[in-house]
Design a protein around this ligand. Structure first.
Ligand code: SAH
Ligand code: SF4
Ligand code: F3S
Length: 481
């Protein structure tokens, strides 16, 4: 579910608040219902993790309220926004490349404002204005409510900057405008920030302190999505297992397991996913709650980062290899049909070949169905940048990464081969990218399954599909009535 910097950019479809429902209850936005020709238009691109994509939906909502209308055509926009990621050097380089393109658009349509939002805005602050002359707005992840004011400032010729990090902001009351939505799955942000200090990671600096969102506002959002026709929600946070919210009236504390259960009860036809779990925090209570509810998907993204205890210690992950393996065992014991995936970093400071081998072996041990794999990229200001030399040569980092990818591809294929002959309940997401004659959808384990379109079925419907062919990335099958 993560959408890291290597994933393609999204812009989004023109939408309007006036909606129309088809017989499935899926929502269609009818742009022709409203004359938007005189309205100011904004265009937005998002990079990075799912949190950023979810934030862009909040930004869209705030802008719509203040009279801006979305466009997917950069050339006709009055305001170009880019929601940025700082996680690796490459992510920032991609953003800088996009800024060059915006520069051209700005020259063709003088008066157009360019705003940098998100993690890179937060990391570089006003330095960004010195480095990138075309930028008019720099807005950090906790300052989006201030956007209308900052835009007015920029329209008057000054720079609009707000990179204040809040201890409270969760945007709980803002109804996100679903961008590029398939009308079936949606993100719900349940917390912001991160209090873990993984030594390689820039997120605590760009997103600030961890805070959990009001549980009732989360449930209300899930209900609302279900009523609009959505059938799957993904609860988002950097470390969802440390979700904790106190009901101000009853003083009762809602933890992540409780929240999962509350969301599962919204409707049995609403699938629940979540991301990301931290191995130090995922509890048996969470695993048992997942097991208890059919509509909580049997899939856990459990980033390991490294399979070696010394490296994990340097990374400040606060668990070791044994702890991680015990968590994996616990998951498979309670839910034998659960799928696990991971994030992996190769070539972290001082990593030896033997230590790298332990990362390869943990992939085999945990039998990840897939992984997001990266080579280490030193980030300015992080603990690792301050304390440990980035001493593994780039070719070695890359060679280790390709070994990790090879093992993961083999393990993914093995896992998929075991699915041949099995029948899964699939939530139809739409037609397949390759052919209109095929549907695509996922099973509970988050595996994508492609199968021939069945008459009478539509996106948002559940259907049983028997798998008959697999690759390392997808399953193919046939629907069973
Ligand atoms: N909160 C999540 C992950 C957030 S960042 C968690 O704790 O698991 C997503 C992934 O990017 C991380 O899991 C890590 O694998 C990778 N990553 C983060 N910083 C990195 C860096 N400096 N170099 C390479 N990969 C990095
Ligand atoms: Fe970064 Fe670690 Fe927080 Fe994840 S848990 S966002 S890797 S500091
Ligand atoms: Fe990137 Fe910020 Fe997410 S650094 S991964 S967009 S929290």
């Amino acid at each position: 579910m993560e959408l890291y910097d290597d994933n393609p950019t999204i812009d989004f479809l023109k939408q309007d608040k006036k909606i129309d429902e088809d017989k499935q209850g899926n929502v269609f936005f009818k742009e022709e219902l409203v004359d938007t020709s005189n309205q100011k238009k904004f265009y937005i691109e998002s990079y990075g993790c799912a949190m950023n994509f979810s934030d862009s939906e909040i930004v869209a909502s705030i802008l719509l309220e203040s009279g801006f209308h979305p466009t997917k055509n950069m050339e006709e926009s009055d305001l170009i926004l880019i929601n940025t990621c700082s996680i690796r050097e490459k992510a920032e380089a991609t953003v800088r490349k996009r800024l060059r393109i915006f520069d051209k658009a700005k020259r063709n349509k003088p008066g157009t404002l360019v705003g940098v939002l998100g993690c890179m805005a937060e990391r570089l602050k006003t330095k960004l204005l010195e480095q990138e002359k075309l930028v008019d707005l720099v807005v950090g992840p906790d300052a989006y409510r201030d956007l209308p004011k900052l835009i007015s400032t920029a329209e008057e010729g000054d720079k609009g900057v707000n990179v204040f990090l809040s201890r409270e902001e969760t945007y709980a009351d803002i109804s996100p405008i679903r961008l590029q939505s398939n009308g079936v799955s949606a993100f719900i942000s349940i917390m912001r920030g991160c209090d873990n200090m993984c030594s390689f990671c820039v997120v605590p600096f760009t997103r600030g302190r961890e805070r959990s969102r009001d549980a009732f506002s989360i449930i209300a959002e899930a209900n609302d999505l279900f009523n609009q026709g959505f059938r799957e929600v993904t609860l988002l946070g950097q470390n969802v297992d440390s979700y904790k919210w106190e009901n101000p009236e009853t003083k009762e504390t809602v933890n992540f397991a409780h929240l999962l259960e509350m969301t599962a009860k919204v409707n049995p036809l609403l699938r629940i996913r979540f991301s990301t779990s931290h191995p130090k925090d995922i509890t048996d209570e969470v695993i048992h709650t997942m097991n208890k509810h059919h509509n909580i998907c049997k899939y856990i993204h459990l980033p390991v980062q490294s399979g070696n205890s010394r490296i994990l210690k340097l990374m400040n992950r606060t668990y070791d290899r044994e702890w991680y393996m015990e968590r994996v065992n616990s998951i498979y014991k309670i839910m034998p049909d659960c799928a696990i995936s991971a994030d992996i970093i190769t070539g972290f400071c001082s990593e030896t070949e033997e230590e790298h081998q332990e990362t390869l072996s943990i992939i085999e041990f945990a039998k990840y169905t897939m992984s997001y794999m990266f080579f280490y990229s030193e980030r300015p200001g992080t603990l690792a940048a301050k304390k440990y030399p980035d001493d593994i040569p780039l070719e070695v980092k890359k060679r280790r990464l390709s070994e990790v990818i090879d093992v993961q591809t083999r393990i993914s294929l093995e896992s998929n081969k075991k699915d041949i002959g099995k029948t899964f309940e699939v939530l139809i997401e739409g037609v397949s990218k390759r052919s209109d004659l095929d549907f695509k959808g996922r099973n509970s384990q988050n595996k994508m399954i492609i199968f021939p379109v069945v008459e009478g079925y539509q996106p948002g419907d559940y259907i049983n599909v028997k798998v008959n062919e697999v690759s390392s990335a997808t399953l193919k099958g046939i629907a069973i009535a």
